[in-house]
Design a binder for this molecule. Sequence first.
Ligand code: FAD
Length: 819
Amino acid sequence: MSKKTLIIGGVATGASVAARLRRLDESMEIIMFEKGEFISFANCGLPYHIGEVIPERDSLILQTPQAMKDRFNLDVRVYSEVTKIDPIAMKVTVNSKDKGSYEESYDYLVVSPGAKPMKPPIKGIDSKKVLNLRNIKDMDAIKSYVDNNKKGKGIVIGGGFIGVETAENLVERGLDVTLVEAAPHILAPFDTEFSMVLEKELVERGIALHINDGVKEFREDQGKIYVRLQSGLEIEGDFVVSAIGVTPDTEFLKDSGIELGSRGQILTDKNMRTNFKNIYAGGDATEITDYITGGRTTIPLAGPANRQGRIIADNISGMENEYKGSIGTSILKVFDMTAAAVGINERNAKRLGLESRSIFIHPNNHAGYYPGATQMTIKLVFDQERKVLGAQAIGYEGIDKFIDVIATVIKYKGTIDDLTELELAYAPPFLSAKSPANMAGFVAQNTVDNLVDNVTVDDFNRDFDKETMVLLDVRNLVEVENGAIEGSIHIPVDELRARMSELPKDKLIFIYCQVGIRGYIASRILTQNGFKTKNLSGGYKLFNFVTTKVDEGTEYMRNNLEIAPAMNEQTGTTYNIDATGLCCPGPLMRVKSEMDQVEPGDILKVTASDMGFFEDIKAWAKRTGNELLSVNKEKGLIKAQIRKGLKVTDDNTIISCANTASKNENMTMVVFSGDLDKAIAAFIIANGAASMDKKVTMFFTFWGMNIIRKPEPVSVTKNFIEKMFGFMMPKGSAKLTLSNLNMGGIGPKMIRGLMKKKNVQSLEELIKNAVNAGVEIVACQMSMDLLGLKEEELIDGVKLGGVGYMLSESDDSNATMFI
Ligand code: FAD
């Protein structure tokens, strides 16, 4: 005789069980009960229909009872709530809209009622204006509020995945949105640094964010709802979406004899079987195994629910199958950003007493030189035994790919060494030859192998003592000028070997750079020379993220300058410039050189991927008298429009205003050294200053002359001594050596390779750009005479000058450098 399976709940787990079971057993009688109107709907898409990102409501309803009947011969009963289970008599009681109350017997029972929104005993929570989002009916209710309050105010309680997605979608509909979170930060699967980045994104998008402040009371008054917070603050809105969290929907099981956990979750064995051998349970209502720790947990996500459904069907049909546990792989969109996490975060690792380590990296999603590269921030958590415990990633593109790779490695109990060995699909538009997963592995290896002592921002904030330790910034000057950690001393990494004596050997040196790589190099240099160092993983970029307080609700306006209305009219030709993949100051230099070519009134539309460009272009436009029409961040790219030399006055008159850099803002540089590293630094600074419309004069003297020598032999008349000097001295920039660690020519090759990889222009390109940008390159006449160099031996564009010329230029400058 054929057997009969009843399924309670007709969405993720329930529908998966039903379809798989039918495919395995054509003779089984299968009845699926669903208390709501719809089965197999896309819960995960609900917020996006409210936001009208998913325009068609029907596209969320994946199956109908009739379609399930036709395809799988299932008896699907909607509006049918199971209210009681009798495991001994093997029957359930059903409360049906059409048929009233009746009993149904079973051979197998599957309990998959999911989880319902939590409803803590807060005064006023039963108000009709406090809504939840679990199913289509809830979605319709929220959407109708939005449709009827197009300029209204929505308040979202809870900064979890559903709360954040809902808040975003309310913003998409043009509402004024407030998000309230009781915990110190939103999105618990992420560590604080990542949550803070996402909080900033929400605030920049206009959401008023209140964290660390729970709800005390809801109160309705004259068609409005008021939310009073623990802090005493009261927020007015038209409606509230409460997304505080979920709890297993298992109240009806209380007296059934099915074993439940302390929070109402159904307990099962590894086959998803309850304490009754013919009753199975799966999905959000069940407690499952944490795959990494082996402990017990609940993970209300669609992937585990669907897979558990399949496993249950296998077991009912006699194919033994086990659910081995969940690693909580999750992802969400926060406006243009993507955030994803898997496994154990650092906070939980500490809570569990695991001896974990963490590293940060900021790789590009694909080769930096291929247009459109965007940066991601990655945190990898691993233990001393090198096992990967978890990862978090945030950025614009490629986040899903990275986190899925890590999820796979964790699933196979992989190590940081396995990450370094992964061979992933690479071509410039898709990835870098060393993928972010490889890079994470490399940095983790360096940490565990004690090549560098990488520390987190938290470690730094806790451990750094300015009295007994040194904070060393190894970035270049342009970066330091944009912001630095208070109390740090500045020695660029390329000067570190020469200036090591400025550092104390008896003090611990905390090193930082922009993202962590140069800090690592600096740390290697110093530790091999007997210094004690630690490197700030994630660098200044991460430090700045987590220590900068965002002004609620105001940042978005500040960060997205819109075109001034009077300037909308066309005043010239528009040119598009792609500066993606270029590192600072590359995008600015590109703007400067293009701006030099165009006419007043012409507009440059610039796209850059270097996040620093967002602030740089504002300062540049202001300084050079060009008009910044708009600048905004879009999917990891900075887009700016700058009009050459026109500006609107208060009375709406358009006037010309370009090239206002004053005389005393010029810069003079004396380049004495002929070392490759110093030459690079000199030309980077010169190009940066030139891009700010400063007049730059570089005065080359003594060994600095070698930088501006032509590489090819030039036929000139020289005496014996002059010939000897000419023979011994490097002929041009390509032959320069490093001031330190030259290693028979390997050092310069490494530096040049690194620059290429990091999209920093080569010294030769920097020289060419400087000449094109109008940097005045002056060869010291006295040095030429002394070394026997002739004018013909110098690169094109060099003029000869004496000390007097240099001093008069220096008088007109507000900075004179000696390199
Ligand atoms: P459900 O899918 O909730 O199905 C349970 C069904 O059982 C419900 O329809 C309920 O009405 C019915 N039921 C309950 N009790 C009874 C009863 N006594 N008798 C009859 N029927 C009953 N997960 C992700 O992984 N990614 C996402 O992006 C994501 N986004 C989400 C967005 C929203 C708004 C929501 C609400 C959830 C989201 N989830 C997401 C979670 C995911 O939807 C759930 O993990 C998954 O649906 C759980 O499946 P389940 O079968 O356990 O429960």
